[in-house]
Design a protein around this ligand. Structure first.
Ligand code: FE
Length: 344
């Protein structure tokens, strides 16, 4: 959009997440969507890099014949099979589908940070695969080859049809609902449900002092992902306020239906990871956990809960709390170059 020479200043009341009238997507100030600025600053404060976490103990355990059972090894591979491509799918959605249509510059600022964090996560999985000497092509092809992962990804990607169309534009009821649906699917379902069985697998290993380096990587990832989820929830709730006509009864029921479908896919994935149950976790407790998580997500966007299940893994909340407090820079010696110390 070309700029015009004018004395007329931006009115922040016209600023909206999508369809902002006289939208200036370049001018950060004056800011309206302060949650995005806060998320951006939190993201920066949480900065971390995979290569600075020691993988030594994991490498020894992976080589050892006794440290890990065959079931635990298989579970790790399937978890990585999902993770290695999941953040790339999320990054593509942020950069190619969401960013373009968002008319709030502060939200765009955070989306850039989020896109970078998805890259760091993909790097972390690559680093785990490389450190343990796993077969890269086996792990990275799993999203196409393993039914339970394929089903989750195919479900998610089906919601990009239309939005990825270069001619797609917001501004009609149908298209705005399509855009909102995309955010519900990627935030609430992909980042809010589809990551959580895999997180639970990693933290149950960590609780038994197994693969703790890999689990620490995943803790940092979960901290970032919970910010992505919060931001997505803020986007959804703000779009609902700005354009209440989109949030029809029919649309709400459709979203609940999608969450129910996602819960089934996630449960099938969890069973695939742990077909015989493992370390005190059985199929039924996984089912309850996924239902519990799904209810929490529905509540946060103002929808009523579906399952009413109790949390069978209270230690998962501990893992979340711990990762909130963990400061990457306090726990390791790093040599980050900041502007003042750059030498040319
Ligand atoms: Fe994410």
């Amino acid at each position: 959009m070309p700029i015009q020479l004018t004395k007329k200043r931006i009115n922040i009341n016209n600023r909206k997440i999508i369809n902002g009238a006289d939208a200036d997507v370049v001018q950060l100030y004056p800011m309206k969507h302060l949650f995005a600025w806060e998320a951006y600053n939190t993201g920066n404060a949480n900065h971390w890099l995979p290569t600075e976490i020691s993988m030594q103990q994991d490498i020894e355990q992976w080589k050892s014949k006794t440290a890990l059972s065959d079931d635990e090894r298989t579970a790790l591979k399937i978890v990585l099979g999902f993770f290695t491509t999941a953040d790339s799918l999320a990054a593509n959605n942020v950069v190619l589908a969401v960013y373009k249509h968002v008319t709030s510059p502060e939200c765009r600022l955070y989306l850039l940070r989020q896109g970078y964090e998805e890259a760091v996560h993909t790097h972390a999985y690559q680093y785990i695969v490389e450190s343990l000497g796993l077969d890269e092509s086996e792990i990275f092809n799993m999203y196409r080859e393993r039914q339970s992962i394929y089903n989750k990804d195919a479900f998610i990607l089906s919601f990009n049809e239309g939005i990825f169309d270069p001619n797609f534009k917001t501004g009609t009821l149908a298209n705005d609902q399509k855009f909102l649906e995309n955010i519900v699917v990627f935030s609430i379902i992909m980042e809010g449900i589809f990551f959580y069985s895999a997180f639970a697998v990693m933290f149950s290993l960590q609780r038994h002092n197994k693969l703790v380096g890999s689990a620490e990587q995943i803790q940092y990832i979960m901290r970032d992902e919970s910010q992505h989820l919060n931001f997505g929830i803020n986007l959804i709730n703000t779009i609902k306020e700005e354009q209440p006509e989109l949030w029809t009864k029919e649309f709400q029921e459709k979203m609940i239906g999608l969450v129910k479908e996602a819960v089934k896919l996630e449960y099938a994935f969890a069973i695939d990871c742990f077909p015989k149950g493992i370390m005190g976790i059985n199929a039924d407790s996984f089912k309850k956990y996924i239902e519990y998580i799904a209810d929490r997500r529905l509540q946060r966007i103002g929808l009523s809960i579906v399952y009413g299940s109790e949390n069978p893994f209270p230690w998962m909340s501990e893992a979340v709390d711990l990762s909130k407090e963990k400061n990457f820079f306090e726990t390791r010696v790093t040599e980050y170059k900041v502007g003042g110390t750059l030498e040319w």
